[in-house]
Design a protein around this ligand. Structure first.
Ligand SMILES: [Zn+2]
Length: 132
């Protein structure tokens, strides 16, 4: 059994295409200036539909995290224990990613991270984070 792969839709297609090009992008509302992630059809602050895409530096810090000890699927069993983190990117948006290349015992709130892209068996790489 393989791991689930990204399934882009009309709202997320731009994000996944950017990942293929090595960029982590988020939405920015041209009407009110609000930045948001994950991608949505409209602005979560003003409900406007005039959204732009901006690239993130990929740098940020751990906002919150959990250590997974019981794999949710057979295909994740070899990975446990692993860290799922909500990271706060420099641009002010937060994203949920796997925190890789780290001993789960050493992860803490505020740990500096950087986003990188891991190839998958599918068309789109997955954004991941690691300590920087
Ligand atoms: Zn807005």
């Amino acid at each position: 059994m393989s791991k689930p792969l990204p399934q882009p839709n009309v709202v997320t297609q731009r994000f996944w295409s950017s990942c293929k090009d090595g960029r982590f992008e988020f939405q920015h509302c041209k009407t009110c200036g609000h930045s948001q992630f994950p991608p949505r059809l409209t602005c979560t602050a003003c409900h406007g539909a005039d959204l732009d895409w901006l690239p993130s530096s990929g740098r940020g810090t751990v906002y919150s995290f959990t250590v997974v000890h019981r794999a949710p699927l057979e295909s994740f069993k070899a990975d446990v224990p692993y860290v799922i983190a909500i990271v706060a990117l420099e641009e002010g948006v937060r994203a949920m990613v796997n925190l890789r290349d780290v001993d789960p015992e050493t992860v803490g709130i505020g740990m500096p991270i950087e986003v990188f892209f891991e190839p998958t068996e599918g068309e789109y790489p997955l954004p991941q984070a690691r300590p920087r």
